[in-house]
Ligand binder design. Structure first.
Ligand code: UFG
Length: 359
């Protein structure tokens, strides 16, 4: 399929672009490059990259219709996009609390523009199937807020506690409404804690600024800098928060699998996928809670380096425990994580860190 990947130059986006290429799909990336990495898409994957915002209607239409300058003289010229994978969003929870409008404008308003275009008559009339372009939306466990049950299933009530989580939930709700109003087909994927890097260390996690535990702990190990632990008085076995870490390549592969829902032949899908269910929702995690201290211990073991720690007060908005039940996607789509082991996840991050910092 010809797949438009919004935010495809970001961490999860770029791993998904690679998985799409490997599965013989034809991705086109649009990214505003505020946080994304141009080099990965253009130089490593040789994939068309359109720099811009999905809120720019004319730009977006030219990409969808294959008339944008970057697509001329490529095999995308004049060809319609078949499906969208929508990653483009800001994702710093703390920042979202301080600057909520930045999140609602970018994550919600721009998504509305994208949805408006893919559901417009202009687009629908040019498609052979006469329905909107189907979409996979990257949502988050942040939409659950502080869950009352563990593991979290797709039916666990969603009560986000920060503007980032709320912005993701708002888009989920809009997508569900569009299934009813104009037959929009969609898959909503709720990621738990994405981590790791490609096992060959070609691509990995490179946020600026970095706020995530695993890359910060690796940096602390190699650069002998102290790592802050945000709270060791949580009601868990060692007092630190539990998270469900999922390998970024397993996340990426889930998108490739989800695309099959939009293809006509669904013989490869397991069990009872029903075509009349236009919006499919899946959690993506490994179902096990790993504590902050456990992550630190694993990194110390793998790197053979000691991490100095400073115990800080709790970080605002951190739930004690976020653990997924991913049985729905396992049963319905046959998703099978290749790297569920936290040692593999962390080891791939370490290899990526050592390779990229010595380049
Ligand atoms: N942590 C530390 N020290 C650090 C960084 C993190 O102790 O320097 C702790 C956090 O307090 C938390 C755990 O490590 O308990 C994991 O924190 P991350 O920042 O790595 O990840 P989060 O769980 O906060 O965030 C993830 C996703 C977000 C998503 C969120 C939902 O990265 O996009 O889950 O809660 F919104």
């Amino acid at each position: 399929m010809r797949v438009l990947v919004t935010g495809g130059a970001g961490y999860i986006g770029s791993h998904t672009v690679r998985a799409l290429i490997e599965a013989k799909h034809e991705p086109v990336v649009i990214d505003n490059l505020v946080y994304g990495h141009k080099k990965v898409i253009q130089n490593i994957f040789k994939t068309p990259l359109i720099c811009g915002n999905i809120g720019n209607t004319n730009l977006l239409k030219s990409v969808i219709f294959g008339t944008h300058n970057e697509l001329i003289s490529t095999n995308h010229e004049g060809k319609m996009i078949d499906a969208i994978i929508h990653f483009a969003a800001y994702a710093y929870v703390g920042e979202s609390v301080k600057q909520p409008l930045k999140y609602y404008k970018n994550n919600v308003s721009e998504s509305i523009n994208l949805l408006d275009i893919i559901c417009s008559n202009d687009v629908i009339s040019r498609r052979s199937s006469s329905d909107p372009i189907p979409i996979i939306f990257s949502s988050s466990c942040a939409t659950y807020g502080i869950p009352k049950e563990t593991p979290i299933t797709e039916n666990t009530p969603q009560n986000p506690i920060n503007p980032y989580g709320k912005s993701k939930l708002m888009v989920e709700e809009i997508i569900k409404d569009l299934a009813i109003s104009c037959n929009l087909k969609s898959v909503i994927l709720r990621y738990f804690n994405a981590a790791g890097a490609s096992p060959d260390s070609v691509i990995g996690e490179d946020h600026c600024p970095e706020t995530h535990l695993i890359p910060l702990a690796i940096k602390a190990a190699f650069e002998s800098k102290p790592l802050k632990i945000f709270g060791d008085d949580y009601p868990t076995f060692d007092g630190t928060c539990l998270r469900d870490y999922i390998h970024v390549c397993d996340l990426a592969n889930a998108h490739v699998l989800a695309l099959k829902i939009f293809e006509k032949k669904q013989v490869h899908l397991k069990h009872d996928y029903k075509n009349n269910d236009l919006c499919k929702i899946y959690n993506l995690g490994n179902g096990s809670g790993i504590s902050v201290k456990q992550i630190i211990n694993i990194i110390e073991k793998v790197t053979q380096k000691e991490i100095k720690i400073i115990i800080e007060k709790r970080r605002e908005g951190d739930p004690t425990s976020l653990i997924a039940s991913a049985s729905k996607i396992i049963q319905e789509l046959g998703w099978e994580p290749k790297y569920p082991n936290i040692y593999d996840i962390v080891s791939h991050s370490i290899s990526w860190y050592t390779k990229s910092s010595f380049q």
